[in-house]
Design a protein around this ligand. Sequence first.
Ligand code: ZN
Length: 246
Amino acid sequence: MRIALLSDVHANREALSACLAHAQACSVDRHIFLGDYVGYGADPGWAVDTVAAHIEAGAIAVLGNHDAAVVGSDADMNDTARAAIAWTRTQLTPQQCDFLRGLPLSASEVDSLFVHASAWAPEAWDYVTDVRAASRSFGATQQHATFCGHVHVPEIYHLSGTGKIASFTPIAGTAIPLTPQRRWLAILGAVGQPRDGIPAASYAILDEERTTLTYMRVPYDAAGAAAKVRAAGLPAVLSLRLLAGR
Ligand code: ZN
C-alpha cells in the first residue's frame, strides 16, 4: 500500500490538484489528510468537497485548527488568519461546515498516529518545531511513527533505542527508511501554503511494504492561486506568501 500524506491544503485548489495528480502518477492507493483544508486560500468549498470525496473512497482526514476555527472560535488567531476565517465562513455550505465539525482530532492505524498539530494535546494546536517538542511528542504516544502538519515546513525527527533524538530536513524525492529500531515523527510540509522558501507544494508518500517515507515537491500554478486570493479580497500577504513560499 502506498499512501499519500497531505497536510495544510488551505483552500488552494491549484496546489491540491497538482499533488493529487502527482500522487496518482506515483501509483498511490490511498490518501490521508492531516488537517487545515480551509483558511488562507480562495477555494475552501472545493477543498472540503474533495477531501470528503476521498473519505468515501477510504481516505482518513483529521481536523486542523483552521477547520475548527471556521466552525468554532477564532480567538487564538492573528488578524490575517481571522480575516481569512471570516471570509471562509461566507463561502461554505451548512453541509460543508457539518463535515468539518465531524472530523476527529487524530487517527491511529497499524503502528502510526495521524494528527494535525501535536500528539500530546491535539486540541491545543501546539507546534512541533524543535527537539524539545519532538521529545514531548514521542513521550505522548507508543506508535512507531507519528505524522503531523501545522508547521508548514518539512522536518523529520527520530528517536533511538537509547533515547537520543535527532532531526533532519528531508530531501524531496529521496526515500527515507523508517527503520524499526527507531521511532519517527514526520512533520509534513504544506500542500497549499509552504513556508520553507520553496513555493512548490509539499506532500509525502508512505510506502507500507518498503517502510519508507518520501517527501515530494510539486510545482503548481501558484500565480493562478495567488490571483484568486487577491480577487477574493483576502489579505494581500496571503497571495504574496504563495509566490514566495514563506
Ligand atoms: Zn496550516
